[in-house]
Design a binder for this molecule. Sequence first.
Ligand code: FAD
Length: 452
Amino acid sequence: MLFTGDLRLHDHPPLRAALGGGRQVVPLFVHDSAIDAAGFAVPNRRAFLADCLRDLDEGLHRRGGRLVVRSGDVVRETCAVAAQAGADEVHMAGEHTRYARHREDRLRVALEADGRRLYVHDGVVTAVDPGTLTPAGSDHFAVFTPYYRRWAVHRLREPLTAPRRVPVPGGVPSEPVTARTEVGGTSPGLAAGGETEGRGRLTAWLHGAADAYAERHDDLAGDATSRLSPHLHFGTVSATEAVHRARRAGGPGAEAFVRQLCWRDFHRQVLAARPAASAQDYRTKHDHWRTERTAADDIEAWRRGLTGYPIVDAAMRQLAHEGWMHNRGRLLTASFLTKTLYVDWRVGARHFLGLLVDGDIANNQLNWQWVAGTGTDSRPNRVLNPVVQGRRYDPDGAYVRRWVPELAGVDGPAVHEPWKLPQAERARHDYPEPIVDLAEALTRFRRARGRD
Ligand code: FAD
Protein backbone atom coordinates (compact mmCIF):
# COMPACT_ATOMS: atom_id res chain seq x y z
CA MET A 1 0.00 0.00 0.00
CA LEU A 2 1.73 3.15 -1.23
CA PHE A 3 0.54 6.21 0.72
CA THR A 4 0.78 9.65 -0.91
CA GLY A 5 -1.77 12.43 -0.18
CA ASP A 6 -3.95 10.05 1.87
CA LEU A 7 -2.13 9.75 5.22
CA ARG A 8 -4.91 8.15 7.25
CA LEU A 9 -6.38 4.81 8.28
CA HIS A 10 -10.08 5.78 8.34
CA ASP A 11 -12.06 5.88 5.12
CA HIS A 12 -9.24 4.43 3.07
CA PRO A 13 -10.46 2.25 0.16
CA PRO A 14 -6.97 1.30 -1.16
CA LEU A 15 -5.84 0.05 2.27
CA ARG A 16 -9.05 -1.97 2.60
CA ALA A 17 -8.50 -3.48 -0.84
CA ALA A 18 -4.86 -4.28 -0.09
CA LEU A 19 -5.90 -6.07 3.12
CA GLY A 20 -8.70 -7.92 1.32
CA GLY A 21 -9.04 -11.60 2.31
CA GLY A 22 -6.84 -11.17 5.41
CA ARG A 23 -3.59 -10.51 3.53
CA GLN A 24 -0.45 -8.97 4.94
CA VAL A 25 0.33 -5.47 3.73
CA VAL A 26 3.38 -3.21 3.71
CA PRO A 27 2.18 0.37 4.41
CA LEU A 28 4.78 2.40 2.56
CA PHE A 29 5.58 6.11 2.36
CA VAL A 30 8.37 7.37 0.09
CA HIS A 31 9.91 10.82 0.58
CA ASP A 32 9.86 11.51 -3.14
CA SER A 33 13.12 13.02 -4.40
CA ALA A 34 11.29 14.58 -7.38
CA ILE A 35 9.10 16.61 -5.00
CA ASP A 36 12.22 17.73 -3.11
CA ALA A 37 13.95 18.64 -6.37
CA ALA A 38 10.95 20.72 -7.45
CA GLY A 39 11.34 22.76 -4.23
CA PHE A 40 7.89 21.72 -3.04
CA ALA A 41 8.98 20.11 0.24
CA VAL A 42 9.29 23.39 2.17
CA PRO A 43 9.86 23.38 5.97
CA ASN A 44 6.23 24.03 7.02
CA ARG A 45 4.87 21.16 4.97
CA ARG A 46 7.80 18.87 5.87
CA ALA A 47 7.14 19.45 9.58
CA PHE A 48 3.39 18.85 9.20
CA LEU A 49 4.19 15.73 7.15
CA ALA A 50 6.50 14.48 9.92
CA ASP A 51 3.55 14.69 12.36
CA CYS A 52 1.34 12.85 9.86
CA LEU A 53 3.81 10.00 9.36
CA ARG A 54 4.44 9.62 13.08
CA ASP A 55 0.71 9.47 13.79
CA LEU A 56 0.16 7.00 10.93
CA ASP A 57 2.97 4.81 12.28
CA GLU A 58 1.45 4.91 15.78
CA GLY A 59 -1.99 4.05 14.40
CA LEU A 60 -0.48 1.11 12.53
CA HIS A 61 1.37 -0.09 15.65
CA ARG A 62 -1.93 -0.13 17.53
CA ARG A 63 -3.19 -2.45 14.79
CA GLY A 64 -0.24 -4.80 14.92
CA GLY A 65 1.66 -3.17 12.06
CA ARG A 66 4.12 -0.37 11.31
CA LEU A 67 4.91 2.16 8.61
CA VAL A 68 7.80 1.59 6.20
CA VAL A 69 9.47 4.85 5.17
CA ARG A 70 11.93 5.24 2.31
CA SER A 71 13.49 8.18 0.47
CA GLY A 72 14.41 8.50 -3.19
CA ASP A 73 12.77 7.78 -6.52
CA VAL A 74 9.23 6.72 -5.66
CA VAL A 75 9.02 4.15 -8.46
CA ARG A 76 12.37 2.54 -7.68
CA GLU A 77 11.68 2.43 -3.92
CA THR A 78 8.17 1.02 -4.33
CA CYS A 79 9.40 -1.71 -6.68
CA ALA A 80 12.22 -2.55 -4.27
CA VAL A 81 9.82 -2.83 -1.32
CA ALA A 82 7.36 -4.90 -3.35
CA ALA A 83 10.21 -7.27 -4.24
CA GLN A 84 11.46 -7.50 -0.63
CA ALA A 85 7.93 -8.26 0.60
CA GLY A 86 7.15 -10.65 -2.26
CA ALA A 87 4.00 -8.58 -3.02
CA ASP A 88 1.82 -9.42 -6.04
CA GLU A 89 -0.06 -6.15 -5.95
CA VAL A 90 0.54 -2.51 -5.14
CA HIS A 91 -2.43 -0.31 -4.20
CA MET A 92 -2.54 3.48 -4.15
CA ALA A 93 -4.94 6.44 -4.34
CA GLY A 94 -5.60 8.02 -7.73
CA GLU A 95 -4.54 11.63 -8.10
CA HIS A 96 -5.01 13.78 -11.13
CA THR A 97 -2.17 16.25 -11.36
CA ARG A 98 0.21 15.90 -14.29
CA TYR A 99 2.96 14.74 -11.94
CA ALA A 100 0.75 12.17 -10.20
CA ARG A 101 -0.37 10.67 -13.51
CA HIS A 102 3.22 10.44 -14.72
CA ARG A 103 4.21 8.77 -11.42
CA GLU A 104 1.35 6.31 -11.77
CA ASP A 105 2.26 5.44 -15.39
CA ARG A 106 5.93 4.88 -14.53
CA LEU A 107 5.00 2.76 -11.53
CA ARG A 108 2.58 0.61 -13.51
CA VAL A 109 5.15 -0.12 -16.22
CA ALA A 110 7.93 -0.88 -13.70
CA LEU A 111 5.72 -3.18 -11.60
CA GLU A 112 4.36 -5.02 -14.62
CA ALA A 113 7.92 -5.63 -15.83
CA ASP A 114 8.42 -7.51 -12.53
CA GLY A 115 5.12 -9.40 -12.91
CA ARG A 116 3.19 -7.30 -10.34
CA ARG A 117 0.00 -5.27 -10.68
CA LEU A 118 -0.81 -1.69 -9.73
CA TYR A 119 -4.33 -0.90 -8.49
CA VAL A 120 -5.26 2.78 -8.43
CA HIS A 121 -8.35 3.71 -6.39
CA ASP A 122 -10.49 6.76 -7.09
CA GLY A 123 -12.49 8.81 -4.59
CA VAL A 124 -9.73 8.87 -1.95
CA VAL A 125 -8.19 12.32 -2.32
CA THR A 126 -11.28 14.14 -3.58
CA ALA A 127 -14.96 13.61 -2.84
CA VAL A 128 -15.76 13.66 -6.57
CA ASP A 129 -12.89 12.86 -8.89
CA PRO A 130 -12.00 14.98 -11.93
CA GLY A 131 -13.79 13.77 -15.05
CA THR A 132 -16.77 12.34 -13.13
CA LEU A 133 -18.94 15.39 -13.82
CA THR A 134 -18.67 17.16 -17.15
CA PRO A 135 -20.90 19.72 -18.88
CA ALA A 136 -22.21 19.12 -22.38
CA GLY A 137 -19.49 19.77 -24.93
CA SER A 138 -16.49 20.13 -22.59
CA ASP A 139 -14.12 17.99 -20.55
CA HIS A 140 -14.48 20.15 -17.43
CA PHE A 141 -16.58 22.83 -15.77
CA ALA A 142 -15.11 26.31 -16.15
CA VAL A 143 -17.74 27.94 -13.89
CA PHE A 144 -18.21 26.98 -10.25
CA THR A 145 -22.00 27.34 -9.73
CA PRO A 146 -23.15 24.82 -12.38
CA TYR A 147 -20.42 22.47 -11.18
CA TYR A 148 -21.66 22.81 -7.60
CA ARG A 149 -25.26 22.09 -8.65
CA ARG A 150 -24.19 18.76 -10.16
CA TRP A 151 -21.67 17.98 -7.40
CA ALA A 152 -24.23 18.57 -4.63
CA VAL A 153 -26.56 15.83 -5.95
CA HIS A 154 -23.83 13.38 -6.94
CA ARG A 155 -24.01 10.21 -4.83
CA LEU A 156 -20.84 9.76 -2.79
CA ARG A 157 -19.61 6.38 -1.61
CA GLU A 158 -20.15 5.64 2.09
CA PRO A 159 -17.11 6.30 4.35
CA LEU A 160 -15.20 3.26 5.61
CA THR A 161 -14.12 2.56 9.18
CA ALA A 162 -10.43 2.02 9.93
CA PRO A 163 -9.20 -1.59 9.70
CA ARG A 164 -8.93 -3.34 13.09
CA ARG A 165 -5.64 -5.06 12.22
CA VAL A 166 -2.94 -4.34 9.70
CA PRO A 167 -0.54 -7.31 9.65
CA VAL A 168 2.80 -6.34 8.16
CA PRO A 169 5.42 -8.91 7.01
CA GLY A 170 8.90 -8.80 8.54
CA GLY A 171 12.12 -8.29 6.63
CA VAL A 172 11.26 -4.95 4.99
CA PRO A 173 13.67 -2.31 6.30
CA SER A 174 12.48 1.22 7.03
CA GLU A 175 14.15 4.56 7.67
CA PRO A 176 13.26 6.13 11.00
CA VAL A 177 10.19 8.36 10.97
CA THR A 178 11.46 11.97 11.20
CA ALA A 179 10.29 14.02 14.18
CA ARG A 180 8.81 17.44 13.51
CA THR A 181 11.50 19.00 15.71
CA GLU A 182 14.17 17.80 13.28
CA VAL A 183 12.81 20.13 10.60
CA GLY A 184 14.35 23.60 10.82
CA GLY A 185 13.06 26.93 9.48
CA THR A 186 9.35 26.41 10.20
CA SER A 187 6.83 29.12 11.08
CA PRO A 188 6.62 29.54 14.86
CA GLY A 189 2.83 29.14 15.03
CA LEU A 190 2.56 26.11 12.72
CA ALA A 191 -0.40 23.78 13.42
CA ALA A 192 0.10 20.14 14.41
CA GLY A 193 -0.48 17.42 11.81
CA GLY A 194 -1.65 13.83 11.86
CA GLU A 195 -4.89 11.89 11.51
CA THR A 196 -5.67 11.96 15.24
CA GLU A 197 -5.37 15.75 15.27
CA GLY A 198 -7.35 16.09 12.01
CA ARG A 199 -10.23 13.85 13.11
CA GLY A 200 -10.38 15.63 16.46
CA ARG A 201 -10.55 18.97 14.69
CA LEU A 202 -13.30 17.80 12.30
CA THR A 203 -15.42 16.48 15.18
CA ALA A 204 -14.93 19.59 17.32
CA TRP A 205 -15.69 21.80 14.33
CA LEU A 206 -18.92 20.04 13.39
CA HIS A 207 -20.11 20.09 17.00
CA GLY A 208 -19.16 23.70 17.58
CA ALA A 209 -18.15 26.64 15.39
CA ALA A 210 -19.51 25.16 12.12
CA ASP A 211 -22.96 26.34 13.20
CA ALA A 212 -22.01 29.98 12.71
CA TYR A 213 -19.82 29.40 9.62
CA ALA A 214 -22.34 30.78 7.11
CA GLU A 215 -22.38 34.21 8.80
CA ARG A 216 -18.87 34.31 10.23
CA HIS A 217 -16.53 32.71 7.70
CA ASP A 218 -15.30 36.09 6.48
CA ASP A 219 -14.71 37.54 9.96
CA LEU A 220 -10.92 37.89 10.01
CA ALA A 221 -10.51 38.43 13.76
CA GLY A 222 -13.09 35.77 14.67
CA ASP A 223 -11.06 33.03 12.99
CA ALA A 224 -14.31 31.16 12.44
CA THR A 225 -13.29 28.71 9.70
CA SER A 226 -12.43 25.03 10.16
CA ARG A 227 -8.64 25.20 9.59
CA LEU A 228 -8.95 21.75 8.08
CA SER A 229 -7.11 22.70 4.87
CA PRO A 230 -3.72 21.12 5.76
CA HIS A 231 -5.52 17.94 6.86
CA LEU A 232 -7.40 17.80 3.58
CA HIS A 233 -4.17 18.47 1.70
CA PHE A 234 -2.28 15.62 3.39
CA GLY A 235 -5.36 13.39 3.46
CA THR A 236 -5.40 13.02 7.26
CA VAL A 237 -9.07 13.96 6.94
CA SER A 238 -11.08 12.37 4.14
CA ALA A 239 -13.04 14.87 2.04
CA THR A 240 -15.75 12.24 1.46
CA GLU A 241 -16.16 11.61 5.16
CA ALA A 242 -16.13 15.36 5.91
CA VAL A 243 -18.99 15.89 3.43
CA HIS A 244 -21.03 13.01 4.86
CA ARG A 245 -20.55 14.12 8.44
CA ALA A 246 -21.31 17.77 7.69
CA ARG A 247 -24.49 16.78 5.87
CA ARG A 248 -25.52 14.66 8.82
CA ALA A 249 -24.84 17.59 11.19
CA GLY A 250 -27.09 19.76 8.97
CA GLY A 251 -27.90 23.48 9.20
CA PRO A 252 -26.80 26.49 7.13
CA GLY A 253 -23.25 26.46 8.57
CA ALA A 254 -22.61 22.86 7.60
CA GLU A 255 -24.13 23.45 4.18
CA ALA A 256 -21.87 26.45 3.55
CA PHE A 257 -18.87 24.36 4.68
CA VAL A 258 -19.79 21.56 2.23
CA ARG A 259 -19.99 24.16 -0.54
CA GLN A 260 -16.41 25.23 0.26
CA LEU A 261 -15.27 21.60 0.07
CA CYS A 262 -16.73 21.55 -3.42
CA TRP A 263 -14.30 24.34 -4.44
CA ARG A 264 -11.48 21.89 -3.78
CA ASP A 265 -12.89 19.37 -6.25
CA PHE A 266 -13.76 22.15 -8.70
CA HIS A 267 -10.17 23.39 -8.93
CA ARG A 268 -8.87 19.84 -9.23
CA GLN A 269 -11.11 19.07 -12.19
CA VAL A 270 -9.96 22.30 -13.90
CA LEU A 271 -6.30 21.45 -13.38
CA ALA A 272 -6.77 17.82 -14.44
CA ALA A 273 -8.25 19.02 -17.74
CA ARG A 274 -5.79 21.93 -18.17
CA PRO A 275 -2.54 20.89 -16.46
CA ALA A 276 -0.70 23.87 -17.96
CA ALA A 277 -2.83 26.17 -15.75
CA SER A 278 -0.44 25.46 -12.87
CA ALA A 279 2.03 27.78 -14.59
CA GLN A 280 0.20 29.58 -17.41
CA ASP A 281 -2.86 31.81 -17.56
CA TYR A 282 -6.01 29.70 -17.78
CA ARG A 283 -7.62 32.50 -19.77
CA THR A 284 -4.92 34.27 -21.69
CA LYS A 285 -4.62 37.96 -20.93
CA HIS A 286 -2.47 39.80 -23.41
CA ASP A 287 -1.25 42.29 -20.87
CA HIS A 288 2.49 42.01 -21.37
CA TRP A 289 3.15 44.81 -18.96
CA ARG A 290 2.03 42.56 -16.12
CA THR A 291 4.35 39.69 -17.04
CA GLU A 292 7.32 41.99 -17.63
CA ARG A 293 6.85 44.07 -14.51
CA THR A 294 9.22 43.12 -11.69
CA ALA A 295 8.73 45.92 -9.12
CA ALA A 296 11.22 44.31 -6.73
CA ASP A 297 10.72 46.80 -3.87
CA ASP A 298 6.93 46.51 -4.01
CA ILE A 299 7.11 42.72 -4.02
CA GLU A 300 9.49 42.67 -1.08
CA ALA A 301 7.24 45.04 0.92
CA TRP A 302 4.25 42.79 0.16
CA ARG A 303 6.12 39.64 1.21
CA ARG A 304 7.31 41.17 4.47
CA GLY A 305 3.97 42.78 5.38
CA LEU A 306 5.28 46.34 5.05
CA THR A 307 3.03 47.80 2.35
CA GLY A 308 1.55 50.49 4.61
CA TYR A 309 -1.93 48.96 4.14
CA PRO A 310 -2.61 47.41 7.57
CA ILE A 311 -5.05 44.68 6.51
CA VAL A 312 -2.65 43.46 3.79
CA ASP A 313 0.30 43.55 6.18
CA ALA A 314 -1.63 41.76 8.93
CA ALA A 315 -2.54 38.89 6.61
CA MET A 316 1.00 38.57 5.20
CA ARG A 317 2.39 38.43 8.72
CA GLN A 318 -0.16 35.78 9.70
CA LEU A 319 1.13 33.72 6.76
CA ALA A 320 4.74 34.07 7.91
CA HIS A 321 3.88 33.29 11.53
CA GLU A 322 1.47 30.38 11.09
CA GLY A 323 2.16 29.04 7.60
CA TRP A 324 -1.56 29.57 7.07
CA MET A 325 -3.74 32.55 6.19
CA HIS A 326 -7.48 33.18 6.48
CA ASN A 327 -9.26 32.87 3.11
CA ARG A 328 -10.35 36.52 3.18
CA GLY A 329 -6.71 37.47 3.80
CA ARG A 330 -5.63 35.34 0.83
CA LEU A 331 -8.18 37.06 -1.39
CA LEU A 332 -7.26 40.59 -0.44
CA THR A 333 -3.46 40.10 -0.39
CA ALA A 334 -3.60 38.36 -3.78
CA SER A 335 -5.76 41.14 -5.22
CA PHE A 336 -3.37 43.73 -3.81
CA LEU A 337 -0.35 42.08 -5.46
CA THR A 338 -1.93 41.32 -8.83
CA LYS A 339 -4.27 44.27 -9.33
CA THR A 340 -3.07 47.11 -7.13
CA LEU A 341 0.69 46.49 -7.56
CA TYR A 342 -0.02 44.83 -10.92
CA VAL A 343 2.51 42.06 -10.41
CA ASP A 344 2.21 38.70 -12.12
CA TRP A 345 0.17 36.13 -10.12
CA ARG A 346 2.97 33.55 -10.36
CA VAL A 347 5.17 35.71 -8.11
CA GLY A 348 2.56 35.62 -5.36
CA ALA A 349 1.66 31.97 -5.89
CA ARG A 350 5.33 31.02 -5.47
CA HIS A 351 5.62 32.95 -2.22
CA PHE A 352 2.45 31.33 -0.84
CA LEU A 353 3.65 27.84 -1.81
CA GLY A 354 6.89 28.51 0.04
CA LEU A 355 5.01 29.01 3.32
CA LEU A 356 1.49 27.55 3.25
CA VAL A 357 1.12 24.36 5.26
CA ASP A 358 -1.88 23.57 3.03
CA GLY A 359 0.07 24.67 -0.09
CA ASP A 360 -1.50 22.74 -2.91
CA ILE A 361 -0.90 23.13 -6.66
CA ALA A 362 -4.56 23.00 -7.70
CA ASN A 363 -5.98 25.16 -4.91
CA ASN A 364 -3.15 27.65 -4.79
CA GLN A 365 -2.48 28.23 -8.48
CA LEU A 366 -6.14 28.30 -9.48
CA ASN A 367 -7.21 30.54 -6.62
CA TRP A 368 -4.39 32.91 -7.54
CA GLN A 369 -5.62 32.88 -11.12
CA TRP A 370 -9.18 33.40 -9.93
CA VAL A 371 -8.14 36.55 -8.06
CA ALA A 372 -5.80 37.78 -10.81
CA GLY A 373 -8.64 37.57 -13.34
CA THR A 374 -6.83 35.06 -15.52
CA GLY A 375 -8.77 32.09 -14.11
CA THR A 376 -12.39 31.09 -13.63
CA ASP A 377 -13.80 34.23 -11.96
CA SER A 378 -16.66 35.59 -14.04
CA ARG A 379 -15.76 39.15 -12.90
CA PRO A 380 -12.05 39.20 -13.73
CA ASN A 381 -11.65 42.98 -13.46
CA ARG A 382 -12.97 43.47 -9.91
CA VAL A 383 -10.36 44.98 -7.60
CA LEU A 384 -10.52 44.60 -3.80
CA ASN A 385 -9.83 47.91 -2.06
CA PRO A 386 -7.77 47.12 1.08
CA VAL A 387 -9.36 49.89 3.16
CA VAL A 388 -12.89 48.80 2.29
CA GLN A 389 -11.93 45.15 2.90
CA GLY A 390 -10.46 46.03 6.28
CA ARG A 391 -13.50 47.99 7.40
CA ARG A 392 -15.86 45.26 6.20
CA TYR A 393 -14.12 42.10 7.41
CA ASP A 394 -12.24 43.49 10.41
CA PRO A 395 -14.69 46.19 11.49
CA ASP A 396 -13.15 46.82 14.88
CA GLY A 397 -9.54 46.42 13.65
CA ALA A 398 -8.79 43.54 16.06
CA TYR A 399 -7.15 41.39 13.36
CA VAL A 400 -4.80 44.22 12.39
CA ARG A 401 -3.86 44.94 16.00
CA ARG A 402 -3.16 41.20 16.53
CA TRP A 403 -0.70 40.95 13.64
CA VAL A 404 0.69 44.49 13.31
CA PRO A 405 1.97 45.37 16.78
CA GLU A 406 3.19 48.79 15.58
CA LEU A 407 -0.50 49.77 15.41
CA ALA A 408 -1.65 48.00 18.59
CA GLY A 409 -2.29 51.35 20.28
CA VAL A 410 -4.73 52.60 17.61
CA ASP A 411 -8.35 52.02 18.67
CA GLY A 412 -11.21 50.88 16.46
CA PRO A 413 -11.46 51.01 12.66
CA ALA A 414 -9.10 54.02 12.45
CA VAL A 415 -6.36 51.37 12.39
CA HIS A 416 -7.20 50.70 8.72
CA GLU A 417 -6.09 54.19 7.64
CA PRO A 418 -3.09 55.12 9.81
CA TRP A 419 -2.10 57.85 7.35
CA LYS A 420 -5.16 59.80 8.53
CA LEU A 421 -4.03 59.85 12.18
CA PRO A 422 -2.65 63.11 13.60
CA GLN A 423 0.99 63.64 12.65
CA ALA A 424 2.23 63.36 16.27
CA GLU A 425 0.57 59.97 16.68
CA ARG A 426 1.84 58.71 13.32
CA ALA A 427 5.39 59.60 14.30
CA ARG A 428 5.09 57.31 17.35
CA HIS A 429 4.03 54.22 15.38
CA ASP A 430 7.02 53.33 13.23
CA TYR A 431 4.68 51.93 10.57
CA PRO A 432 5.39 52.51 6.82
CA GLU A 433 3.55 55.00 4.62
CA PRO A 434 1.46 53.31 1.86
CA ILE A 435 3.74 52.13 -0.95
CA VAL A 436 1.14 52.87 -3.63
CA ASP A 437 -1.72 55.32 -4.19
CA LEU A 438 -4.93 53.29 -4.54
CA ALA A 439 -6.64 55.63 -7.02
CA GLU A 440 -3.59 55.76 -9.31
CA ALA A 441 -3.21 51.99 -9.07
CA LEU A 442 -6.83 51.47 -10.07
CA THR A 443 -6.42 53.72 -13.10
CA ARG A 444 -3.24 51.85 -14.12
CA PHE A 445 -4.99 48.50 -13.81
CA ARG A 446 -8.07 49.55 -15.76
CA ARG A 447 -5.98 51.11 -18.52
CA ALA A 448 -3.84 48.00 -18.80
CA ARG A 449 -6.83 45.66 -18.87
CA GLY A 450 -8.62 47.90 -21.34
CA ARG A 451 -5.98 46.92 -23.87
CA ASP A 452 -7.05 43.24 -23.77
P1 FAD B 1 -12.81 26.54 5.47
O1 FAD B 1 -13.41 27.86 5.18
O2 FAD B 1 -13.12 25.89 6.75
O3 FAD B 1 -13.21 25.59 4.26
C1 FAD B 1 -13.21 24.16 4.37
C2 FAD B 1 -12.35 23.55 3.30
O4 FAD B 1 -12.87 23.83 2.00
C3 FAD B 1 -10.92 24.07 3.28
O5 FAD B 1 -10.13 23.43 4.24
C4 FAD B 1 -10.49 23.75 1.84
O6 FAD B 1 -10.09 22.42 1.68
C5 FAD B 1 -11.80 23.96 1.07
N1 FAD B 1 -11.82 25.32 0.50
C6 FAD B 1 -12.29 26.44 1.06
N2 FAD B 1 -12.18 27.48 0.21
C7 FAD B 1 -11.59 27.01 -0.89
C8 FAD B 1 -11.20 27.59 -2.13
N3 FAD B 1 -11.39 28.88 -2.43
N4 FAD B 1 -10.59 26.80 -3.05
C9 FAD B 1 -10.38 25.49 -2.79
N5 FAD B 1 -10.75 24.88 -1.65
C10 FAD B 1 -11.35 25.63 -0.71
N6 FAD B 1 -6.49 26.28 -0.17
C11 FAD B 1 -5.68 25.22 0.01
O7 FAD B 1 -6.12 24.20 0.55
N7 FAD B 1 -4.38 25.25 -0.43
C12 FAD B 1 -3.84 26.35 -1.03
O8 FAD B 1 -2.67 26.32 -1.42
C13 FAD B 1 -4.66 27.49 -1.18
N8 FAD B 1 -4.17 28.62 -1.74
C14 FAD B 1 -5.00 29.72 -1.90
C15 FAD B 1 -4.49 30.87 -2.52
C16 FAD B 1 -5.31 31.98 -2.71
C17 FAD B 1 -4.77 33.22 -3.38
C18 FAD B 1 -6.65 31.94 -2.28
C19 FAD B 1 -7.56 33.12 -2.50
C20 FAD B 1 -7.18 30.80 -1.68
C21 FAD B 1 -6.36 29.67 -1.49
N9 FAD B 1 -6.85 28.50 -0.88
C22 FAD B 1 -6.03 27.41 -0.74
C23 FAD B 1 -8.29 28.35 -0.56
C24 FAD B 1 -8.70 28.78 0.85
O9 FAD B 1 -8.19 30.04 1.16
C25 FAD B 1 -8.25 27.79 1.92
O10 FAD B 1 -8.62 26.48 1.57
C26 FAD B 1 -8.88 28.12 3.26
O11 FAD B 1 -8.54 29.41 3.67
C27 FAD B 1 -8.41 27.11 4.30
O12 FAD B 1 -8.91 27.42 5.57
P2 FAD B 1 -10.00 26.51 6.25
O13 FAD B 1 -9.58 25.10 6.21
O14 FAD B 1 -10.28 27.10 7.59
O15 FAD B 1 -11.23 26.71 5.28
